[in-house]
Design a protein around this ligand. Structure first.
Ligand code: PMP
Length: 449
C-alpha cells in the first residue's frame, strides 16, 4: 500500500470508529473492513485485496456492483431532475411502476413505493388491516421482515428479542422446514400437509374474523433459504381465500431474479394479494422498496384516502435506478441466468462439496439463493453452533468465515449456515472459483465434526 492509500485508509477507519454508529453491533467490539471499491461480483479493500462477494452485499446487488448502465442512468437523472414530491406524476416513477407491475403475478397492478423493505412490510400490513377491518397478523417463527416497529414484531427470529416484545396483534406459527421438522415429518408431502393443518388450526383458534393477514417470505431468506414444499403456498392461498385473509408475500430478498424467476412466487405459480419488494429492484444502488397491490385492495382506497405515506416515496433517483436495473435484467437475460447458474453450477457444485465435507448437513436453494447447513453430526443434525450463538459459542462459524475471507471469498454466515447468494450475473468462472475457496474453508468446519 502506498503512503497516500495508507493515510486515506487510516482516515476512513478513524472517522468510522469515532462517528459511525453501526447496525446490530456492539460499537466497540467491531472492526469493519474498509472498502475502497467494487465492480461486478467483487469488492476490494485499501490494500487491493479482492473479495468474491458471495453475499451480494446484503443479498441485493443482483446485477453486481457498478453496472455502468445503471450508474449512468442515475447520473443522467441527477442532471435532469433529482427529486420532486411524491404527489406529482413523473416519468421515471410511472415507468418504474409500470415495469414492476408488468412483472408481478396476477392483478397486482398498483405500486406503493417505499424506501426499503421494512417500510414495505409496514404498509402491506396497514393495507391488510384497513382492507379487512381486522387487527391480527400471522407470521412464521422462522422469518425476518425488517427492523421497524411492526416489521420487527412480525419477525420470528432472535433479532426481535432485543426489541419491544409487545406483539401488537402478531401471532406466530411454524412454517415447513423438513430438515428440522416442527411436525416430526419425514417426507416433503407430510411436512406440507402438517404445516397446513397447523396453520389452519392457528387460524381457527385465533378466530378467523380477527385475522387481517398472513405474511410469509416466499422462500425464507435470513432463516436459512427455506424453500417451501410443493403445494404449501397454494395451500396458504386456499386458507386465505376460505377465511377472507389477505395473503402477503415478503419478496424483499427473493424478488427480481434471485430465485431464477422475476418473483419467487412464480416458481409455484401462486398469486398473493400483496407483494413486498426492495433490494434487487435497484440492485441496491439507490434505496427503493414497495408494495405491489391487488385490484381488490387497491379498490378499498379508490374513494377513501390511504392513511400512509413517505416523504421520499418513489424518489426520482431511485426510480431511475429501478428502470435501468429492470431494463438491464431484460437485456442481459439476468433472470434466466440466475436460474441456470443454480441448476447447472451452484446446486451441483454445492452438493459435491456436501459429499466431501462431513460438516455439511444439508444443501438447499434455487437460482442464486442457497444455504449450507453446517452440523457437528450428520446423524443427529446437531448444528455446528447453537441457535442464536454469540461469542465463544459461535467460534466454529467465526473460524469458518475467517477461512473464507482469507481465501478471498466474502461469505454470508448466519447461525450455523453459510448462505450462498452471489450476484445473479456471476460468471461460471467465478462460481468455480468460489466453490474452490469454500472447499478449502469447509475443512475448518470439518474439524469440529
Ligand atoms: N423482509 C425480508 C425478507 C428481508 O430479508 C429484509 C432485509 N434483509 C427486510 C424485509 C427488511 O428490509 P430493509 O432492511 O430494506 O428494511
Amino acid at each position: 500500500m502506498n503512503a497516500e492509500a495508507a493515510a486515506s485508509l487510516a482516515g476512513v477507519k478513524d472517522a468510522d470508529r469515532k462517528h459511525v454508529f453501526h447496525s446490530w453491533s456492539a460499537q466497540e467490539l467491531i472492526d469493519p473492513l474498509a472498502v475502497a471499491g467494487a465492480a461486478g461480483s467483487y469488492f476490494w479493500d485499501y490494500e487491493g485485496k479482492r473479495y468474491l462477494d458471495f453475499s451480494s452485499a446484503l443479498v441485493y446487488t443482483n446485477i453486481g456492483y457498478q453496472h455502468p448502465k445503471v450508474a449512468a442512468a442515475i447520473a443522467e437523472q441527477a442532471g435532469k431532475l433529482c427529486t420532486v414530491a411524491p404527489g406529482f406524476a413523473v416519468d421515471v416513477r410511472s415507468e418504474a411502476a409500470r415495469l414492476i407491475a408488468e412483472r408481478t403475478p396476477g392483478d397486482l397492478d398498483k405500486i406503493f413505493f417505499t424506501n426499503a423493505g421494512a417500510e414495505a412490510v409496514e404498509n402491506a400490513v396497514r393495507m391488510a388491516r384497513l382492507h379487512t377491518g381486522r387487527p391480527k397478523v400471522l407470521s412464521a417463527y422462522r422469518s425476518y421482515h425488517g427492523a421497524t416497529s411492526t416489521a420487527i414484531n412480525l419477525t420470528g427470529d432472535a433479532r426481535r428479542f432485543g426489541n419491544d416484545t409487545a406483539t401488537a396483534g402478531v401471532v406466530r406459527f411454524w412454517g415447513p422446514y423438513l430438515y428440522r421438522s416442527p411436525f416430526h415429518a419425514t417426507t416433503e408431502a407430510e411436512e406440507c400437509a402438517r404445516a397446513l393443518t397447523h396453520l389452519e388450526d392457528t387460524i381457527v383458534f385465533e378466530g378467523p374474523q380477527s385475522i387481517a393477514a398472513i405474511i410469509l417470505e416466499t422462500v425464507g431468506g435470513a432463516p436459512g433459504v427455506l424453500v417451501p414444499p410443493a403445494g404449501y403456498l397454494a395451500g396458504v392461498r386456499e386458507l386465505c381465500d376460505r377465511f377472507g385473509i389477505v395473503f402477503v408475500l415478503d419478496e424483499v430478498m427473493v424478488g427480481f431474479g434471485r430465485t431464477g424467476t422475476w418473483f419467487a412466487a412464480d416458481n409455484w405459480e401462486v398469486t398473493p394479494d400483496l407483494i413486498c419488494f426492495a433490494k434487487g429492484v435497484t440492485s441496491g444502488y439507490v434505496p427503493l422498496g414497495g408494495v405491489a397491490i391487488s385490484a381488490a385492495i387497491a379498490e378499498t382506497f379508490a374513494r377513501r384516502p390511504y392513511p400512509g405515506g413517505l416523504t421520499y416515496s418513489g424518489h426520482v433517483l431511485a426510480c431511475a435506478a429501478a428502470v435501468a436495473t429492470i431494463n438491464v435484467m431484460e437485456e442481459e437475460g439476468v433472470v434466466a441466468q440466475s436460474a441456470r447458474t443454480g441448476a447447472e453450477l451452484l446446486g451441483p457444485g454445492l452438493r459435491a462439496l456436501a459429499e466431501r465435507h462431513p460438516s455439511v448437513g444439508e444443501v438447499r436453494g434455487l437460482g442464486t439463493f442457497w444455504a449450507l447447513e453446517l452440523v457437528r453430526n450428520r446423524e443427529t443434525r446437531e448444528p455446528l453452533v447453537p441457535y442464536n450463538a454469540a461469542g465463544a459459542d459461535n467460534a466454529p462459524m467465526a473460524e469458518f468465515a475467517a477461512a473464507c475471507k482469507k481465501g478471498g471469498l466474502w461469505p454470508l454466515v448466519a447461525g450455523n449456515r453459510l448462505h450462498v447468494a452471489p450476484a445473479c450475473t456471476i460468471t461460471p468462472q467465478d462460481v468455480a472459483k468460489g466453490l474452490e475457496i469454500l472447499d478449502g474453508a469447509l475443512t475448518v468446519a470439518d474439524a469440529h465434526v
